[in-house]
Design a protein around this ligand. Structure first.
Ligand code: WTA
Length: 629
């Protein structure tokens, strides 16, 4: 079946260097004895007390992993390394946008985390509390996450690009008492104003009592007595010490909450745990990126998203890697910033998104050629399908034709990679290739039956895995309904993506099949965008759809019906666009607002977004039998 010309084969050197030398046998045994596979992975970590049972599947879909085990992710991400030669290895190299550099060995990072943890305790944070983190990309963001986990508090990181309203909504849903922020960060040469956004959010958050602010930009900020504390002031008090015991946690205790957009209403707070998530993120990171002690790992994501949680912070630190973090914009001050830093720090693995690659590609290869980036040996991609043109540029111009690209498909809900190549896998540009170990995935029709090769269907996962989200916080029903109800009798996890599998059993992700839009890899819900649009006083009703965009992958297009007496026009359009950007954050700003007199709806009143989309693209509108008018 296989046509050798369709593939990019890894070089002999790559195969020889790889730790996992063959896929098929290990894959087969991993699905035949899934629990044994994950148990062996779990044994690579340290546990305060081993588990009694690997998997408790008695209450579908609320699976439990490593039941009875006691651990703390920070024990494996930090404490364990202090007993080995890793103690003096660099854990983190950070470069600020203005060019300032900070580095931390594992020893030094641990001291920082202990100090922050002691401060949190002094502020009354206890095991089980949820602390909200709203930070720029500075080391304290990672330090704060680890400090929470260390004392058994869960963190809820909110992306620093979200508006005060979005932040307040997330603080309130988590009932956070404490928020950690910074005065701002640097982006394109300018300071961002995070603290003032937090101040506004706190006014809308009745549970909020304490705000800890890290000084980064030095801009003036408003601080309120008995509520606002500078981090450096707290650090100088006797409450902060360099030693702090790591809290013993149950394997199933919540490590963090992360909000993500769904097809309806409010964002969902997905719950991840200490035990299974530790095992899953470290195993996937180690095997897929074949990490070795000498690697320098750069996951160019924002810690505010799942990619940052799993593969910037937890997976790599558990594996004792040296991680690199950069604060600012990729083209500041010039479009060679990334290549300059790869050269300077000898980065060996780069993991980023198609949107970032397309953005840098547009500046041309001369910016790349100014630097020696031959330290790179592996590349990665995540967040949306990578178009073959960007894939080839990434492979040839960045990877010099020798670095395999790990196109990893996964979600906030999955905690880590699900469909992904290994360095030894022959690649096809645009395909995430095959399931990771322990996974059986499928493409099914509406009855849950596997479709034929090359037919498009719904992507499902047919088994539980340790890194899976355990629930939506406070809403088990919604968790079941969103992800599991669709194919209940078969117990499949319904991912919400449409995809196909080719004759070589390679998976090709097409995109979201629900009302989620991926803009520059960021996940947004049409429902949230629409409610932001209709909160503008001129708008009566609105629908949002995604249309293909050369750089962003998708862009948001809004159709709006105006209220009586309001006239459409360019001025009003601009006002509505700014209104959405303000309500949700700049990433959610639509491309355009089209003013219409009516929207296509079903008889039950649901907006048929697919009809709007087909019309905008000049495509066939499909079955219109349910259309009301
Ligand atoms: C999309 C990001 C194609 C997909 C880790 C999924 C991808 C959604 C890929 C989850 C990929 C992620 N190829 N599409 N390699 N990776 N996606 O929760 O639509 O922000 O459902 O997690 O991103 O987005 P989320």
């Amino acid at each position: 079946m296989m046509n050798p010309e369709d593939f990019y084969y890894p070089s002999k050197e790559v195969v020889e260097y790889a730790t996992v030398k063959s896929y098929d046998d290990l894959y087969q045994s991993s699905i035949e004895n899934r629990e044994r596979f994950w148990e062996e992975e779990a044994r690579q970590l340290e546990w305060y007390k081993p588990w009694d049972k690997v998997l408790d599947n008695s209450n579908h879909p609320f699976y439990k992993w490593f039941v009875g085990g006691k651990t703390n992710i920070v024990h494996n991400a930090l404490d364990r390394h202090l007993k080995t030669a890793n103690k003096n290895k660099l854990a983190l190299i950070w470069e600020g946008e203005p060019g300032d550099v900070r580095t931390f060995s594992y020893h030094a990072l641990n001291r920082e985390v202990c100090e922050f943890a002691n401060i949190l305790k002094a502020m009354g944070v206890r095991k089980g509390d949820i602390v909200t983190i709203y930070m720029p990309q500075i080391p304290e963001q990672i330090i704060a996450m680890l400090a929470c986990a260390k004392i058994g508090a869960a963190h809820s990181v909110v992306y620093g690009g979200f508006s005060h309203e979005a932040l307040a909504e997330r603080i309130n849903a988590a009932k956070s008492r404490v928020v950690i922020t910074a005065d701002g960060g640097f982006r394109r040469g300018k300071p961002t104003k995070l603290k003032s956004i937090v101040n506004k959010a706190m006014e809308m958050s009745p549970t909020m009592e304490v705000c800890i602010t890290v000084k980064r930009t030095g801009e003036d900020v408003y601080m309120e007595n008995d509520r606002d504390y500078w981090y450096h002031d707290l650090k100088s008090l006797p409450i902060s010490g360099h030693k702090c015991a790591t809290e013993e946690m149950d394997a199933e205790d919540m490590l963090f909450l992360l909000y993500t957009s769904g097809s309806t209403g409010k964002p969902k707070g997905l719950v991840h745990t200490h035990g299974g998530y530790s095992v899953y993120t470290s195993a996937t990171h180690r095997m897929v990126f074949d990490v070795k002690p000498e690697d320098r790992w750069w996951c160019a994501a924002d810690p505010g998203w799942i990619t940052g949680h799993s593969y910037m912070v937890y997976g790599p630190l558990i594996n004792g890697s040296t991680i690199f973090m950069y604060e600012g914009a990729p083209n500041h001050p010039y479009p060679d910033r990334w290549w300059r830093m790869i050269d300077k720090y000898g980065i060996s693995i780069l993991y980023t998104s198609p949107t970032a690659i397309r953005g840098l590609m547009r500046f041309g290869e001369s910016w790349v050629k100014r630097h020696d980036i031959s330290s790179l040996r592996l590349l990665g991609s995540v967040g949306e399908p990578i178009n073959p043109e960007a894939w080839k540029w990434y492979h040839e111009t960045i990877g010099d034709g020798k670095c395999p690209i790990m196109d990893t498909w996964w979600q906030t809900e999955t905690g880590g990679f699900v469909i992904t190549p290994l360095p030894i896998t022959p690649l096809k540009p645009g395909s995430a290739t095959k399931p990771f170990f322990g996974h059986e995935v499928g493409i099914v029709d509406e009855n849950g039956k596997d479709v034929a090769p090359n037919e498009v269907g719904a992507l499902v996962i047919k088994n539980p895995w340790p890194g899976m989200a355990r629930t939506i916080m406070g809403d088990d029903d919604r968790y079941y309904e969103t992800y599991w109800k669709r194919f209940d009798d078969k117990k499949y996890y319904h991912a919400g993506d449409s995809a196909k599998k080719d004759e070589d059993d390679y998976y090709w992700i097409i995109g979201r099949s629900d009302d989620v839009i991926k803009v520059s890899g960021y996940r947004l819900g049409t429902a949230e965008i629409e409610s932001a649009v209709v909160s503008h006083p001129a708008v009566a009703e609105a629908a949002a759809i995604a249309l293909p965009h050369e750089l962003k992958g998708n862009s948001i297009h809004v159709y709006a019906i105006l209220r009586e007496g309001r006239e459409p026009g360019k001025e009003l359009e601009r006002e509505i666009l700014d209104h959405v950007a303000k309500a949700m954050g700049p990433i959610a700003k639509p491309e355009e607002v089209v003013f219409v007199d009516s929207l296509p709806k079903t008889r039950s009143g649901k907006i048929m977004r697919r009809v709007l989309k087909a019309r905008a693209l000049g495509e066939d509108e499909g079955d219109l039998s349910t259309l009301d008018d």
